[in-house]
Design a protein around this ligand. Structure first.
Ligand code: ZN
Length: 444
C-alpha cells in the first residue's frame, strides 16, 4: 500500500521520484522518495545537507531518515526522505546513491550527520568530495547524560561549554577554553569528553571556517535535534500509511509557512533604521530573515567601526578595523570592484556581508551592495525561476500535477530535443541564426 501510494504520487506529478528494495519474500526493505518541490529545493539550496536517522516513527522498526537543508528564510527545507531496514553501511550506500540519482547526480558540498561509523563509511564512498561533519546539537544534547547530577544542573558549566563550542573563533581559542573548563570541573580524564575533544575537527565550527556557508549548520542541526521539523512523526509508532499522512501534513505545514514568508519578503519592505542607500538595497534584495542579520552588521558599523591603518598595493587595499569588541579585523579589498575579504569570515561562513567591508562600502558612499555579496540562495526571488530535472521535467509542486502524464511526456521529449539542438547549433553562427529564426517564426 505504501509503495502504491508513492506510485500514484508519481503518476500525478512526474517530478515525484521514488525507489525501493524488496526482499525475496516481497517485504519492504528500503524506500526513498522526494517530490518535485523537494527536488527543486535541492537544486536551489542543496549545497548543504543535513542527514538524520531516527527510530520510533513506525511499527516496523524501520529507520526514518530525512534529508534537510536551509532555505532563504533560514528555515529547514526537506530534500527527500527514506525508510531503511537497518543501519548497515550498505543500506546507507543504497540510500545515498538513490538520493544522488533523484538529484540528477549533483552531490552536496557539505554534509552533516550523526556520529555513526557505517554512515561515515557510506558518505565517504558515495560523496567523496563532500566535506563531512558531525551534528553539534546531537553531541551537545548528550552532555547532561554524560556528567554527574551536580554538573547536570550547573548553569554556569553549560553556558561556558556552550560558549566554548559555539563561539570560539579559532582552534587555539577553542582548545584553551575547553582545557580550562575540563580542568576546572574535573573532567580531564573523562573518556567521553576526551573523545569529543579529539574529534574537534569534525564538529567544532572554529575548525571549518574554510567551508563556505558552514555557519548555516547551526540552524540545520538545531531544528532537527529539537525534532521540530517532523513533529507529527517522531515519537510515535505509526503504521506506514498513517505515517505517510502525517509526513505529508508536516511537509505541507512547512511549505505553507515558506509561502507566507515569501509573500512577506516579496511584497513588503523591512523597517529601515538608517538613511543609507545600501540598507535600502539590502531590503530590496534579501529576504526579511537574511536582511535582519545584514542590518545587524550595518548598525554595528554605525556604532563602533574605527579604521586604524591602511596599506596600498596597486588596486588592492588593506585596512585594519577595530570593531569595538576588542577584535582587530583586517579587510583586503579591490578598490575597483569594491569586493574583498575580511578576517572575521562572516561572509564566507554565513553568507552575510560583515560590518567590516560594509564600513568600506559605506565610506565610499556606494548605493548598492556589489553582486558578490548577495548570494542567490538568500535573494527574495531565488525560487521564482523554473527548475527542470535531467529528463526535462518541470520541478513544481502544484502546477505540473494537473498536467496529463501524456502531455508531460511530450513536453519532456521536446525539452530534451531542444537542448540537443541548441548544443549543435552553438557550433557556428550560421546554424545558431538558423535555429533562432525558426524558433522565432514558430513563436509568431
Ligand atoms: Zn568582518
Amino acid at each position: 500500500m505504501f509503495v502504491d501510494q508513492l506510485a500514484r504520487k508519481h503518476l500525478a506529478n512526474s517530478g515525484f521520484y521514488f525507489d525501493y528494495v524488496l526482499d525475496d519474500k516481497g517485504k519492504l526493505v528500503h524506500v526513498f522518495w522526494a517530490d518535485a518541490t523537494c527536488r527543486k529545493n535541492y537544486a536551489v539550496f542543496g549545497e548543504l545537507v543535513s542527514f538524520d536517522s531516527t527510530y520510533s516513527t513506525n511499527q516496523y522498526n524501520m529507520i526514518f531518515t530525512p534529508f534537510t537543508g536551509i532555505n532563504h528564510h533560514k528555515a529547514s527545507v526537506c530534500f527527500g526522505a527514506a525508510m531503511l531496514h537497518d543501519e548497515k553501511a550498505d543500506s546507507y550506500k543504497w540510500l545515498f546513491r538513490t538520493f544522488l540519482k533523484a538529484m540528477g547526480g549533483a552531490a552536496p558540498r557539505f554534509i552533516i550527520t550523526d556520529e555513526c561509523s557505517s554512515m561515515d563509511n557510506a558518505v565517504r564512498e558515495v560523496f567523496p568530495a563532500a566535506a563531512h561533519r558531525l551534528c553539534m546539537w546531537h553531541i551537545m544534547n548528550k552532555i547532561p547524560q554524560k556528567v554527574g547530577p551536580d554538573l547536570k544542573t550547573d548553569e554556569d558549566f553549560h553556558e561556558r561549554l556552550g560558549r566554548c563550542v559555539w563561539s570560539s573563533e579559532t582552534p587555539t581559542e577553542f582548545e584553551e577554553r575547553w582545557k580550562e573548563i575540563m580542568s576546572e570541573y574535573g573532567l580531564e580524564d573523562d573518556e567521553w569528553f576526551s573523545k569529543r575533544f579529539n574529534l574537534q575537527e569534525s564538529w567544532i565550527p572554529a575548525y571549518f571556517k574554510e567551508i563556505a556557508l558552514s555557519g548555516l549548520m547551526r540552524t540545520t542541526s538545531r531544528s532537527e535535534s529539537a525534532n521540530s521539523f517532523f513533529s507529527c512523526i517522531i515519537g510515535y509508532k505509526h503504521a506506514l500509511v498513517e505515517f505517510w499522512l502525517r509526513f505529508d501534513t508536516d511537509l505541507e505545514e512547512q511549505r505553507h509557512k515558506e509561502l507566507q514568508e515569501d509573500h512577506m519578503s516579496l511584497h513588503t519592505m523591512p523597517v529601515l533604521k538608517t538613511l543609507w542607500a545600501i540598507e535600502k538595497h539590502g531590503g530590496e534584495v534579501f529576504t526579511h530573515e537574511i536582511f535582519q542579520d545584514f542590518q545587524h552588521e550595518l548598525l554595528a558599523d554605525r556604532d563602533r567601526c574605527l579604521v586604524e591603518m591602511m596599506a596600498h598595493d596597486g588596486e588592492v587595499k588593506t585596512i585594519t578595523i577595530h570593531d569595538g569588541y576588542k577584535k582587530l579585523r583586517v579587510v583586503t579589498y579591490n578598490t575597483t570592484t569594491m569586493v574583498g575579504s575580511c578576517t572575521c569570515k562572516l561572509f564566507e561562513t554565513h553568507g552575510i556581508p560583515c560590518r567590516h567591508p560594509i564600513h568600506v562600502l559605506r565610506t565610499a558612499q556606494l548605493n548598492e551592495l556589489p553582486k558578490h555579496y548577495v548570494l542567490k540562495r538568500f535573494r527574495k526571488d531565488c525560487k521564482t525561476e523554473q527548475v527542470f530535472d535531467k529528463d526535462g521535467i518541470l520541478l513544481e509542486g502544484n502546477e505540473s500535477s494537473s498536467i496529463d502524464p501524456e502531455i508531460q511526456k511530450l513536453a519532456s521529449e521536446t525539452f530534451k530535443k531542444m537542448e540537443d539542438l541548441l548544443v549543435q547549433a552553438k557550433q557556428s553562427q550560421v546554424s545558431m541564426q538558423f535555429l533562432r529564426d525558426h524558433i522565432f517564426a514558430l513563436g509568431e
